[in-house]
Design a protein around this ligand. Structure first.
Ligand SMILES: [Zn+2]
Length: 300
């Protein structure tokens, strides 16, 4: 039975050359699930194999239909995007292309946080992942006379890459329509994230195809909204410390006034991401070692 017959809602066609298969891994972090994309212009490329779930693996194989796949691309190595890559690569005899493993592309600040024992949050880093072929920024891959270009967009993760195909950008978890992107140190870096957003804001795309949720048909507006959203949060954080030094957790309780207790840890990481970014830009300083429990003050 074909994929179309088995589950109509899992397959969508953003355009005539692109299919999207929705993985069955819905959650508050992944929305309806991970989007696996297949470009078919006569040759085939897979973007983001997704989680290690048999049903999803079979759905991808159904769509490929025994044809040769030229590339398996990965936007980044979170556990909802990368674990199926290896199995798919073996089955299809296709190499995996990505920026690098989970530590690649990180700033020296974030690498030293890792060295000092500050680990990831609940976002799920795929520590096992490593590509067969590493990609560099602006590298181009030919596909039946057309090109797929890699754009390094660190921030959500240091190894995050968006893929441009004609006027479409596969935006991974960097820019999505359903939610703002999570930026959780040490693998997430807000300074990098904002730089990546501003770099993409200058480009003209017709449509974004994100790692979760529906296509984004107004890319510039969405990117501008996300940048402004972060700047508003930054203003709140700076005004919280106007009256004296505070830690990330103290700021979190001041800024997120009606947050559910379960979300406090994630919110604190977000505030910590902002504080590191503000310190990188010389706006604030940590009054001790870089940590969530160290007070920060404005740099006047
Ligand atoms: Zn992610």
């Amino acid at each position: 039975m074909s994929l179309e017959h088995r589950n109509k809602t899992r397959l969508t066609k953003p355009n005539e050359k692109i299919s999207c298969i929705l993985a069955p891994n819905p959650s508050p972090m992944t929305f309806k699930g991970t989007n696996t994309y297949i470009i078919d212009n006569g040759e085939l490329a897979v973007i983001d194999p997704g989680p290690l779930i048999n049903e999803h693996f079979n759905n991808i194989l159904d769509l490929v239909g025994g044809r040769q796949v030229k590339y398996i691309f990965l936007t980044h190595s979170h556990v909802d995007h990368s674990p199926l890559a290896k199995k798919l690569s073996k089955n299809l005899n296709t190499p995996i292309y990505a920026f690098g493993g989970s530590n690649s592309g990180l700033s020296s600040t974030m690498l030293s946080l890792i060295e000092n024992g500050y680990d990831s949050g609940f976002e799920g880093i795929d520590y096992e992942f490593y590509p067969d072929q590493t990609i560099i920024n602006n590298e181009k891959f030919s596909l039946n006379g057309e090109y797929i270009s890699a754009i390094h967009t660190p921030g959500h993760m240091g190894n995050h890459i968006c893929f441009q195909y004609n006027e479409i950008l596969f935006s991974g978890d960097h820019i999505m329509g359903w939610a703002t992107s999570m930026v959780s140190p040490p693998y997430g870096d807000l300074t990098q994230f904002m730089n990546s957003c501003r770099m993409l804001q200058k480009k003209d795309f017709k449509m974004l195809l994100p790692g979760h949720g529906d296509p984004v048909n107004n890319p510039k507006d969405r990117i501008t909204f996300l940048i402004n959203h972060r700047l508003e949060r930054e203003t709140q954080i700076k005004s919280a410390i106007e009256n004296g030094p505070l830690t990330a957790i103290e700021i979190t309780y001041m800024v997120y006034t009606d947050i559910e207790p379960a979300l406090i840890i994630a919110a604190t990481r977000n505030v910590f991401a902002h504080l590191i970014d503000l310190a990188n830009r010389g706006k604030i300083k940590f009054l001790g070692p870089l940590s969530e429990n160290t007070k920060v003050s404005l740099n006047l």
